[in-house]
Design a protein around this ligand. Structure first.
Ligand code: F0G
Length: 406
């Protein structure tokens, strides 16, 4: 474990109490400050003895390996998506497919570190609010750690696969009468009263694990820095985690430039993209967020301010896409590349397509889209937007008749 301290991202105060999630002095968001002096003496190759995955990057992580709770997260493929790239007009397009993590989303990267930290602290109950994936992941990792788990879900707005996972892993699934923002407010209240250890991304240890997606991308590209990385933005911690990872790699001298970080939000849930359009450093919450991409159906993103900082500081961009553009991108990934991603994940590719068409992205750029979750998480959306099964008699002739149809 690298030495580290938790500090307030806004006022810089050092925070010692591991059970607070905001600065006791100014109420600001917290972040982990890593001491990377030892890593600065290393080279990327020194880490290659460990398999590709979150824990290859242990020297960049703030938990002791002795408390590690792991289900072999990370190590996901980075595809050079030639056919999709040609279709959208950016030949150097790559997809980092996070749907191949143990519970089917990038959340496992944060949760392996977050639950390891919970174990280190001796937490008795862990909890989180979620649009689905965080709860599926926390339920799995708390199961593995033997810690009781409660998840706070917006009633009726969680995709079936994600709900099934949380139930399957034995979490107490609380169906909250309200949206994600309401569910998070309640979970935070429980944490403030010290009744559970909160593992939403406001907990500064969660983004530390999520940094690993950027470390892997750089490893997979042999440290040739892409021009741009595009991510879907919901509660806005992942884009911050990727930014922090870039800063740390630059600090240790493993990269010399930073990609333009580009956040994509669904049109009906886009506080960060709206703030960016107005050149603002903070955002106005959206009271009734709505989108088919339920994973990013969030109006008051906890890390929205950090996300805007990451975007401005890297000369990146933020934009919205419509639900129709999200579904079209999801289908393009399926038809051109054989990849099945969930709607929120397809937002990154929808953003690539839109920003290329608008001339924001150049045709010669090297762009990595992070596709954050597996399509099987949300089978209802896939079935609603696919052809229907064809009734077929038990005969060769009928099969031939059907195959001859367009
Ligand atoms: N993509 C997927 C598949 C997600 O599940 C989420 C967030 C995001 C993108 C956005 O990431 O919040 O870091 O900006 N899902 C959270 C959840 C909110 O509860 O599962 P973010």
């Amino acid at each position: 474990m690298a030495a580290h301290k938790v500090v307030c991202w806004e006022c810089g105060a050092e925070v010692d109490d591991p059970f607070v999630n905001t600065c006791p002095k100014c109420g600001g968001l917290l972040t982990v400050k890593m001491d990377l002096s030892k890593v600065a003496e290393m080279k990327p190759e020194d880490l290659r003895k460990t398999p590709l995955g979150v824990w290859r990057y242990a020297p960049f992580l703030p938990v002791d390996l002795a408390h590690r709770v792991s289900i072999q997260e990370g190590g996901t493929p980075l595809y050079h998506v030639n056919d999709l790239g040609t279709a959208v007009g950016v030949k150097g397009s790559f997809v980092k497919f996070e749907g191949l993590n143990p519970t089917g989303s990038f959340k496992d990267r944060g949760m392996t570190v977050g639950v390891s930290r919970a174990k280190e602290l001796g937490a008795k109950i862990v909890g989180c609010a979620s649009t689905g994936n965080t709860s599926a992941s926390l339920a799995a990792y708390s199961s593995k750690a033997g810690i009781k788990c409660a998840v706070f879900l917006p009633s009726g707005h969680v995709a079936m696969g994600k709900l099934a996972q949380a139930l399957f892993f034995g979490a107490k699934v609380l169906s909250i009468d309200g949206n994600f923002d309401d569910a998070l407010a309640l979970a935070r209240k429980m944490a403030d009263e010290r009744k559970l250890y909160l593992l939403n991304s406001i907990n500064p240890y969660r983004p530390e694990g999520q940094k690993s997606v950027l470390f892997e991308i750089m490893d997979q590209l042999s440290y040739t820095v892409p021009d741009r990385i595009i991510l879907p933005v919901g509660n806005a911690a992942n884009i911050w985690a990727v930014y922090k990872a870039c800063q740390e790699l630059k600090e240790v001298g493993w990269i010399d430039k930073i990609p333009m970080l580009t956040g994509i939000q669904a049109e009906g849930a886009a506080p960060v993209a709206h703030a960016f359009a107005q050149h603002r450093i903070d955002f106005d919450p959206v009271p009734d967020p709505e989108t088919i991409a339920t994973a990013i159906r969030i109006g008051n993103p906890v890390s929205g301010k950090k996300a805007l900082h990451a975007i401005y500081d890297t000369h990146g961009y933020a934009a919205t896409v419509t639900d129709a553009e999200i579904i079209a991108a999801q289908q393009l990934l399926g038809r051109k590349e054989g990849l099945c991603v969930e709607p929120a994940s397809a937002a990154s590719v929808a953003g690539l397509k839109k920003l290329r068409a608008d001339g924001i992205i150049d045709r010669d750029e090297k762009v990595v889209c992070i596709c954050t979750g597996n399509g099987l998480k949300d089978p209802d959306t896939i079935i609603a937007n696919s052809a229907k099964p064809i009734p077929c008699k038990n005969s060769v002739e009928d099969v031939e008749r059907i195959l001859a149809m367009d």
